[in-house]
Design a protein around this ligand. Structure first.
Ligand code: INS
Ligand code: FE2
Ligand code: FE2
Length: 309
């Protein structure tokens, strides 16, 4: 199904200023009188969003995270993970149970967020709901997009952070320089493998992202969960879940030679989504009990009661 976009995809950055006054570091509850979502200029730490070069303690941890991620995500590793997690034999539970479980996950790759993960899910979902009130599938997509991070918990195999979070990129072809902290790819064995280090590598131009192996993490895992459990979430929603961390594509505009026509359509919605995923990260908490009935109704509409994880 193709869903057309009637709203402007991006607001001017100047319009974002007003909201930044809210980002003072104090936690307050959002209420229904808040105006439509305006992306702030600064994150909750008073820095630019996605600033991977700032000098700070937090930044050192993030850089170390990317060093390990870039060294270890290889074609062989991704194949192994896909086979293992494709079995979906780790757990049986509902979507909401997983939302609650996610609170136990800490994301070491994220320079902009140190709130409980369930707040990030609800903050992004509520922000997108205000601006796109009729696209309920988009609200639900936002709610579940990061649930795959549970693979770092012991009961899901306890994968290291570098195999769970962070930006994603294709393996099996050259690592583009737009990847943050690109220099660490030099220590990845695939970097020196001639079958894997050309622009298209093992792929052909316009082969479609579905035929491309992405670095393993919460995006691809959650996509598998959605697909294999027979969710009726539209293809644009499934695409968003699968590629929302693929910043080298959706923000830097690289790797587009691997896309087919369907990918190009879906990418429009990913651009919409990305603004809410990134800029809704704030200290303004959503009242979970108040919004829960609405999201439960969406879960019932698009998912079976229990899912295999
Ligand atoms: O640090 C963040 C975080 O892990 C997000 O969940 C992921 O989607 C981003 O791409 C990543 O950079
Ligand atoms: Fe994510
Ligand atoms: Fe997110």
């Amino acid at each position: 199904m193709t869903i057309s976009i009637e709203k402007p995809m991006f607001e001017e950055v100047s319009a974002f200023q007003k909201k930044s006054e809210n980002n003072t570091g104090d936690i307050r509850m959002a209420n229904e009188h808040d105006e439509a979502f305006l992306a702030p200029e600064m994150n909750a730490f008073g820095r630019q969003f996605r600033d991977y070069d700032a000098e700070s303690e937090r930044q050192k941890g993030v850089e170390e995270f990317y060093r390990l991620q870039h060294i270890n995500q290889t074609v062989d590793f991704v194949k192994k993970m896909r086979a293992e997690y494709g079995k979906l034999d780790k757990m049986v539970m509902s979507i909401w149970e997983c939302c609650e479980l996610l609170n136990e996950v800490v994301d070491e790759s994220d320079p902009d967020l140190d709130e409980p993960q369930i707040q990030h899910l609800l903050q992004s979902a509520e922000a997108i709901r205000k601006d796109y009130p009729n696209e309920d599938w988009l609200h639900l997509t936002a709610l579940i997009h990061d649930l795959g991070k549970v693979i770092t918990l012991p009961q899901f195999g306890g994968l290291p952070q570098w195999a769970t979070v962070g930006d994603t990129f294709p393996v099996g072809c050259a690592f583009d320089e737009s990847n943050v902290h690109h220099k660490y790819f030099l220590e990845n064995p695939d970097f020196h493998n001639q079958a894997y280090n050309t622009k298209s590598g093992i792929y052909t131009e316009e082969c479609g992202l579905n035929n491309v192996m992405m670095s393993w993490g919460h995006d691809d895992y959650m996509y598998l969960v959605v697909k294999e459990n027979g969710s009726t979430l539209p293809s644009a929603g499934q695409f968003i879940i699968r590629y929302h961390s693929f910043y080298p594509l959706h923000t830097a505009g690289e790797y587009t030679h691997l896309m087919n026509e369907e990918d190009k359509e879906n990418l429009k919605w990913l651009h919409v989504f990305n603004k809410y995923d990134l800029y809704s990260k704030s200290k303004v908490h959503v009242d979970i009990e108040k919004v829960k009935p609405y999201y439960m109704s969406l879960i019932r509409k698009y998912f079976p009661e229990n899912l295999r994880w």
